[in-house]
Write a protein that binds this ligand. Structure first.
Ligand code: ZN
Length: 325
């Protein structure tokens, strides 16, 4: 994905945590709601760095060939059929059986995206604990700015995993470069929908502090409606216990989705025109884009909140904040 798409997805994750009507029936539900509200408040002080932070992996780290991907391929010699579970709110998981690759043995050729996400998740919690432990101004203490950047960087890797061509080893990044063309189309949707302060590399904001609408496209409008209403399930999926497990599962269903978007008979000579007009069709492409974006927002908001809650639990253990009643 490209620069403005990444930043927008990160913003939409916070918008979801802000506007979703979390229930308050149990003590866990009340804790989730309270912690989500605290994360939203904290985030809003650092929102000007979202575009910089969420673009850092592509612009500076340049670890695209290792950490932005998990590349699968169909392999009859593999015994690996272990498709993982995910919460029922992930659309690409619900649609898995439509993919011709579902239930077929696979091998992972390369990529450590899930490891990267797990490592950054730990790093954020560690940094938050150090920040609260050390005296203000202590030279070894991380800063809130730095930690916010880590959140935005994490969102980049999570989002990339939802782009099916990051999880499918077919070479659509070469040849007619369909991978880049699709991401360009998505960035055009975002750029056309919001007012962007390009001089300062940030969005202009609406009165609630979210990217200011210019004239949102139908796709963007649909995504914005869905992300504040989709049911929030505080669950990694049965058998999954952490960011790594969850992101591994996401990569599997992203791989399956690649074959729903581009059937196996096509190769890297497929052009954008043919993809949009014959293979996928504009309507189906809109639907797939909607599913990819809303699932990505769901995953970013879920993992961010999990990370933040681990830190808040530590604060509760240290009596830095009051127990939730
Ligand atoms: Zn990337």
């Amino acid at each position: 994905m490209k620069k403005y798409t990444h930043a927008w997805l990160a913003f939409m994750a916070i918008k979801r945590l802000d506007l979703y009507p979390f229930p308050e029936n149990t003590s866990l539900q009340r804790k989730i709601k309270t912690d989500a509200a605290a994360l939203v408040r904290w985030f809003k002080s650092y929102r000007d760095f979202v575009i910089d932070g969420s673009w850092y992996p592509d612009l500076v780290f340049k670890d695209m060939l290792t950490s932005h991907i998990i590349k699968y391929y169909h392999d009859e010699n593999s015994n690996d059929l272990s498709f993982k579970k995910l919460p029922s709110t992930i659309i690409m998981y619900n649609n898995r059986k439509e993919s011709p690759r579902y239930g077929m043995p696979f091998t992972i050729e390369e990529g450590n995206l899930a490891d990267r996400c797990e490592a950054i998740s730990h790093d954020i919690v560690d940094c938050l604990k150090m920040l609260r432990t050390e005296d203000r101004g202590c030279p070894i203490s991380p800063t809130n700015n730095h930690i916010a950047m880590r959140f935005f960087i994490l969102s980049h890797y999570i989002a990339d995993c939802h782009m099916p061509l990051h999880c499918d080893r077919r070479p659509f990044s070469s040849g007619k470069r369909l991978h880049a063309d699709i991401e360009e189309l998505w960035d055009d949707e975002v750029s056309a929908s919001y007012k962007i302060d390009k001089d300062n590399n940030r969005f202009f904001y609406d009165p609630d502090g979210y990217p200011l609408h210019v004239k949102p496209t139908p796709l963007i409008t649909r995504v914005e409606e869905e992300i504040v209403s989709r049911k929030y399930i505080h669950d990694w999926g049965s058998g999954n216990n952490n960011t790594w497990d969850y992101m591994s599962a996401i990569s599997q269903y992203s791989y399956l989705k690649a074959f729903l978007m581009i059937p196996e008979q096509y190769d890297e000579s497929l052009t954008k025109k043919k993809f949009l007009e014959e293979v996928e069709g504009k309507e189906r492409f809109q639907q797939h884009s909607y599913e990819i974006f809303t699932d990505a927002v769901e995953s970013i908001s879920h993992i961010w909140l999990r990370v933040w809650m681990r830190y808040r639990d530590w604060q509760r253990d240290c009596k830095m904040i009051k127990e939730i009643e």
